[in-house]
Design a binder for this molecule. Structure first.
Ligand code: N2P
Length: 341
């Protein structure tokens, strides 16, 4: 009599333990985009194991999910990619009651054009791309995208491995919108980028830091915060948002429709929005977060930097990417041709 009862008690205890161990959250984010201490603190507070995986572009994220990846609970698509994913029915309609800290989001970011009312996404960070370079070797001040065609930098130039970012800056350089859909303009941009390949080291979005720090690369098309992470390590480097303007982005948090741990996903998103947590993240990744209450936790050096928290005059020459619908295929074809040649 006692034995089976003991057995049952042991079973219950074991199940209790294993369900604790089973508490898991699978996060899929851009690389170098969180303070690891924030993840550790979240794991401790919620008794959960966070599996953290990274991607290098919106298109990689989309392809991964379209390819049938099932396990992700929180993903970080940018603005235009949120629109694409909503259109494809890939994102959970968010229950705002489970994200009380949404109330701390800057109202401008709470109702964005790519996702009115933040129905499927929550703004995480914002910023621009631009040009990072070794200012000890390049003594002239870089102000224009034309630097990428400077033969003096031949073989040491990196461009982001990112279709929208590359055509985006090429369009800006030509005086068009980053969202241009005129085929003749695309051809013009493609020819220009084809010529640029003579000077290119490679299209790259993740190894840029190493390549710059080891001096293999001299100059890179890069996102501001990532470049500031390098500048924090080595003061030889500088960053600029070119005069012609650049891509402006809002990266977001979202829950895939088929996420296995939705409750925990909500807890994670809500946690990231806490002002003191957001402040820690900004200090680590050097990207702005649209949470006014977080500013008191952000180092003055960061919050006062116009490349990180861009003021209106810089914002005015930059542009958000939008979903181009069917034209994406035309752009993708041009991108494939460019990379293959
Ligand atoms: C973070 C990359 C930011 C991506 N490392 C810009 N959308």
């Amino acid at each position: 009599m006692l034995k089976p009862m003991l057995g049952a008690i042991v079973m219950v205890l074991l199940m209790g333990c294993s369900s604790k161990q089973d508490a898991v959250l699978n996060v899929y984010n851009w690389s170098d985009y969180i303070d690891p201490a924030v993840v550790t603190a979240f794991e401790a507070e919620y008794q959960v194991k966070v599996n953290y995986d990274t991607f290098a572009s919106n298109e990689e994220l989309l392809a991964k999910l379209e390819g049938g990846a099932q396990g992700y609970d929180v993903i970080f698509p940018s603005d235009y990619m949120v629109a694409i994913m909503v259109e494809e029915g890939m994102l959970e309609t968010l229950n705002h009651d489970q994200i009380p800290n949404l109330s701390g989001l800057d109202p401008q970011f709470a109702n964005p054009p790519y996702d009115p009312g933040s129905k499927h996404s929550v703004a995480f960070t914002y910023g621009t791309s631009g040009i990072g370079y070794n200012a000890e070797e390049i003594t002239e001040e870089i102000t224009s995208w034309d630097a990428f065609w400077n033969p003096e930098y031949a073989g040491r130039i990196l461009l982001l491995d990112d279709v929208r970012e590359v055509f985006g800056f090429a369009f800006k350089y030509l005086g068009y919108s980053v969202n241009d859909t005129v085929p003749a303009h695309l051809e013009e941009a493609k020819q220009l980028l084809m010529k640029q390949k003579e000077y290119l080291l490679k299209y790259e979005s993740t190894m840029n830091k190493d390549l710059l720090l080891t001096r293999e690369a001299l100059i890179s098309h890069y996102w501001a915060g990532d470049m500031y992470q390098i500048m924090d390590e080595d003061s030889s480097f500088a960053f600029t948002i070119p005069v012609e303007g650049a891509v402006l982005f809002t990266d977001c948090m979202a829950i895939p429709m088929n996420a296995p741990h939705k409750d925990m996903a909500y807890k994670f998103i809500n946690y990231i929005l806490k002002p003191e947590v957001a402040g820690k993240i900004v200090n680590e990744v050097w990207y702005a977060m649209p949470i006014p209450g977080a500013l008191e936790y952000v180092d003055e050096e960061i919050s006062s930097d116009p490349n990180i928290f861009p003021p209106d005059d810089i914002l005015a020459r930059c542009e958000f990417l939008t979903d181009l619908g069917d034209y994406n295929q035309t752009l993708d074809r041009a991108w494939t041709e460019l990379k293959m040649k």
